[in-house]
Write a protein that binds this ligand. Structure first.
Ligand code: ADP
Length: 403
């Protein structure tokens, strides 16, 4: 009998679906792909079989059901169809698991109802995740569908750090608290950092800086997350590509009462027109550093604001952890922008933090230490792999029955 060793990882966003088929025996990826512009004009599917050239097809995808049916067809064309006996589970990225979901969970009707109940706290993300699960369930009703939550890793943040200092009854009535996001990445990277240092995750305290288009920091003590920078929504914390991160909440009242902006306009401003984009018109760090090299002042200001916030969180999390063993940079900016890593850690030798300029400038896709031997804190670049983490969690759950 063929052994079921593969997991299909689905990441369904509002207008896109990303997928990876991962073999848990050897970590190989027989297929990866992306469907873009679902429900919009110009739908596009790019499917890449292992060792193959990307296959692109352009067609309208009116909804997630048509998009996933097309993905199923692409997989089948490579002999990797959803009916394959090698498939052990489908792992779904779900953004918001609230306080209820602290671990990966096999999807049942009751679990879906609970994920739906969380839509008010994640209106942009959970609906698409739910649709992805529903469509996948319809395609393979007999296969375990496992939900892996972005918030789960942060459910260990202590109550005094997760609670905002506002009226408790009001907060509880509306489930207002710090949930944190990017948890799958923070979990994967904190463990991979321990591995890189040849240590058990339980022995090390790590600050993870996930710097993608969205960005968040977390403090992980002995493998357990104790603080994270995103909050009720992914808006809080670091300066991001298009999000402001921390601002005085009074800014919202001011823009509404004095500036005459509606709540929806302020939401759009802070989530989609702020951060690096708001400060200099670009949200891509490559473009910003290029402009800085040409002496562009707005780009310089955006870079400095970005790095300043990062350093504030770095300092704060040193205090939260007391002892820091490692700082890990990850995601698009963290893995590639040496200038950000250098500026974020400059002048911190008093805190035991130093970066070797030569090691920092090496371009590589591998996890690597970039601090000199005398640095008390190991500074590392650790590529994230959320899909692999989702696949591993789903596979472990299906095989051990742990839930
Ligand atoms: P997402 O949050 O969309 O998953 P990623 O982790 O892929 O984001 O990060 C995307 C960002 O990474 C880009 O917006 C860009 O700012 C940055 N980035 C990617 N490659 C480089 C690079 N070579 N140098 C600097 N920044 C980069």
């Amino acid at each position: 009998m063929t052994e079921a060793t593969r997991v299909l990882v689905l990441n369904a966003g509002s207008s896109s679906v990303k997928y990876q088929l991962i073999d848990m025996l050897d970590g190989r990826r027989p297929a990866t792909g992306l469907v873009e512009r679902i429900g919009e004009a110009g739908g596009r599917l790019v499917h890449t079989a292992q060792d193959g050239e990307p296959r692109e097809s352009r067609q309208p995808f009116p909804d997630h059901a048509t998009a996933l049916a097309a993905v199923a067809r692409e997989l089948a064309a490579d002999g990797l169809g959803l009916d394959s006996p090698q498939l052990a589970a489908i792992g779904h990225r779900v953004v918001h698991g609230g306080q209820r979901f602290t671990a990966p969970t096999v999807v049942t009707d009751e679990v879906l109802t609970e994920i739906r109940r969380l839509v008010p706290v994640a209106p942009l993300h959970n609906p698409a995740n739910i649709t992805g699960i529903e469509v996948a369930r319809a395609l393979r009703p007999d296969l375990p569908q496992v939900a892996v939550f972005d918030t789960a890793f942060h459910t260990t943040v202590p109550e005094y750090a997760a609670r905002y200092a506002i009226d408790r009854a009001t907060a509880d009535a509306h489930r207002v608290r710090r949930y944190g996001f990017h948890g799958t990445s923070h979990q994967y990277v904190s463990r991979a950092t321990a591995r890189l240092l040849g240590k058990d995750p339980a022995e090390v305290n790590v600050i993870v800086l996930h710097l993608g288009n969205g960005a968040s920091a977390s403090a992980v003590a002995g493998g357990v997350c104790v603080e994270t920078s995103m909050g009720l929504t992914p808006l809080e914390g670091l300066v991001m590509g298009t999000r402001s991160g921390d601002i005085d909440p009074g800014v919202v009242f001011h823009l509404h009462r004095v500036g005459g902006l509606s709540i929806d306009e302020i939401d759009d401003l802070l989530n989609r027109r702020s951060g690096l984009l708001g400060l200099c018109g670009d949200n891509d760090m490559r473009e910003i550093t290029r402009r800085m090299d040409e002496g562009d002042e707005a780009a310089e200001l955006a870079f400095r604001a970005y790095v300043h916030r990062l350093r504030k969180y770095l300092g704060a999390y040193c205090a939260v952890l007391g002892r820091v063993d490692a700082i890990a940079f990850t995601a698009g900016v963290g893995e590639n922008a040496a200038a950000v890593r250098e500026a974020a850690t400059a002048g911190l030798t008093e805190l035991g933090i130093a970066v070797d300029p030569e090691l920092n400038s090496v371009r590589s896709g591998a996890a690597r230490v970039i601090s000199p031997p005398y640095s008390r804190v190991a500074v590392a670049v650790v590529p994230t792999d959320e899909e692999l983490e989702i696949a591993q969690q789903a596979y472990t759950l299906v095989h051990t029955g742990w839930s």
